[in-house]
Design a protein. Structure first.
Lengths: 147, 73, 147, 73
């Protein structure tokens, strides 16, 4: 299951928790990715909407794919406002061998950007502005514009 | 009746419409200017399953979700 | 500088320390790799020798390379015995953008395996046995066998 | 005199020898069976700088390190 935080992720305790939970499970490699809100374009925060039912399905697809490689996947994401210099996304992969961990981290994070049902907004002067130009249409987009 | 929900930035409350295929639903949604601008860029799920064909049949009680461009992280 | 631990790395406090030190520095991505000793082949621990002067040079080469990409590199490694299910290697890359972080993590960890002046031993029944078959000759090996 | 140190698993104490190039040092080390078996697989540093040519000159006080195959992590 995806851990959904209301606001910023407590990264220190989350990474500790993941490491503690799995370091005895005989995985040789742990890789993690943490996304932190950058101060740019005058934003005070980013804000996120999540559609949880599809996020869980998408995540389960990846979890199953990694399980076939003997690896374990964990993920957390924020909902609502996440101020600059705090973190909105974290994931970890545990694997017996390093190659699987390194390759899957890259593939997972890129697919996350393209296909996880999460919407991002800039928060400027307290207003939420959809980050349209940084967003990616999901696979299969445009179906209802056809015909 | 089929329930249609508009996720993320589309920012429109769910509606209920009569439609027996996605093709029929597409015709209805194209007439709503507030929605039409999103169709080109939105993916579609029926009962939380992603779909890629207009021939998908809809039954009463089905829930259709429009998913505009995403950006997590 | 490489943080050298006498024995296992305290991973939880190290990752917390790295995150805390840099999350305000406007990096958008942090990636980490942690290597943990697997229980296999009847070992009770791995043990490591490090040649620090050359490790520092090798590390500085990577730190400078990452700095040119606007990214920051940190690394820790153990010396001496590291029991199974404890960790001997950790690194973190902080970068404004995710692609640099993901690509450099992979490249850095692979080069670390091939060229960092660190020697590994299995510890079985208290004896230290050089892990010859898992070791890689460094670039330029065999020079003194020539001629 | 040049100091030669044997790192990691070679497990031999440092020695001091007379040699004015790496080529000369190679000839000396090949005669020590304990060391000779490592030469094929070992990289070489002079004063903590990796070297790749036998023509490298050695001065008195230089320190040559033999680095056998590595495996960190």
């Amino acid at each position: 299951m995806v851990l959904v935080y209301d606001g910023p992720i407590d990264v220190e305790s989350l990474l500790s928790r993941w490491y503690t939970a799995e370091h005895n499970s005989n995985y040789g490699a742990m890789v993690t990715f943490v996304g932190t809100v950058r101060e740019e374009n005058g934003i005070e925060a980013l804000s996120f909407d999540i559609y949880r039912p599809l996020l869980e399905k998408w995540f389960k697809g990846w979890k199953d794919r990694l399980e076939k490689e003997g690896a374990l996947l964990a993920m957390a994401h924020s909902e609502g406002d996440v101020p600059v210099h705090t973190s909105s996304f974290a994931c970890a992969i545990f694997s017996p061998k390093r190659r699987v961990a390194l390759e899957m981290l890259d593939a997972f994070v890129e697919d996350f950007k393209a296909n996880a049902p999460i919407w991002k907004y800039d928060v400027i002067d307290g207003k939420r502005i959809y980050a349209a130009e940084r967003s990616t249409p999901m696979a299969g987009s445009g179906l209802l514009a056809k015909g | 009746m089929v329930k249609v929900e508009f996720l993320g930035p589309i920012g429109k409350s769910p509606i209920e419409v009569e439609a027996s295929t996605l093709a029929e639903l597409a015709e209805i949604l194209k007439k709503d200017p507030e929605v039409a601008v999103w169709l080109e860029q939105s993916a579609v799920a029926v009962n939380d399953r992603m779909v890629e064909s207009l021939e998908v049949k809809l039954d009463s009680g089905d829930r259709v979700s429009l998913l505009p461009p995403v950006c997590g992280g």
